[in-house]
Design a binder for this molecule. Sequence first.
Ligand code: AHG
Ligand code: MN
Ligand code: MN
Length: 346
Amino acid sequence: MTNPEQPVIPEYSLDRDCTTLSRHALQQLHSFSAEAQDLSAILNRIALAAKLIARRLSRAGLMAGTLGFTGEMNVQGENVKKMDVYANDVFISVFKQSGLVCRLASEEMEKPFYIPENCPIGRYTLLYDPIDGSSNVDINLNVGSIFSIRQQEGNDLDGEAKDLLQNGRKQIAAGYVLYGPSTELVYSLGKGVHSFILDPSLGEFILSQENIRIPEHGPIYSTNEGNFWQWDEALRDFTRYVHRHEGYTSRYSGALVGDIHRILMQGGVFLYPGTMKKPEGKLRLLYETAPLAFLMEQAGGCATIGKKDLLDVVPDKLHARTPLIIGSKEDVRLVQSFIEKRESTN
Ligand code: AHG
Ligand code: MN
Ligand code: MN
């Protein structure tokens, strides 16, 4: 008896081995229009970037000058890892001549990279976190890349990319790459969530799971409890509740993509709340929390900043941050019940 909660894994077949990411995207869109072709080609480029990054990661411990810090500080005020820079450059190299995008907005770049005049220009913007979970990269633990695709609106003549400052429902597609024991790419075009595994012998991402659905409830809560004393009372109430009730277990890797993938596959809730000092939290909206919220909603879960849906948040700047509470509906609702309870007593 198959578990209705688990996604259907297509039976092994030659046809499945031929279901590459670009073909799947066209199937998803039921169209061969220019736009569908562009989106399919963009995903193919992201897959190429993922392969280049996965290859570098797999040999990083053997290649001098690959790991460690650059000595620079990025726009986030964080120390930059060499892998952050490498991965950021990979996305630029892969998209520069693609004719598919007009801008690349990255966690690692203060301003978007505008495709140079002498390169073909597309109508899409790729927003990305080239390496998510950098703290893991030097100790060979899982890291990820996160991406979001938006259509350019207007002509952005002042180069301020103001059209990007819109809510997450403007995303056309979103996904992540998990560099783990295998390299897995999870994406959605707004028609369900699907995962692909890189088959190194083919050099292709092959369809692994279609229409992934997050369980309505799961045993996992994932958060950095080291910040417990900086949280609002309501989040402490939730934490005390799961400490005292059977059926909950804590998992936290310090790398968002891996933690979210676990929640997507097994159910539960991930929390990165704001703190008294930084009410907006640590995670960045346009290329971390919004793409993940898009995916989670597509998989039947939900994402909020506390009470407001995360996909309704409008950023005031490119590197805006938001709190993140995301995962199974039942578990996110449980967190929200503590927020509502506190508000009603205040
Ligand atoms: P990045 O490496 O892209 O800067 O992201 C790190 C983020 C995210 O991956 C993770 O969930 C979070 O930072 C961990 O933060 P703490 O170390 O404060 O728990
Ligand atoms: Mn990140
Ligand atoms: Mn990063």
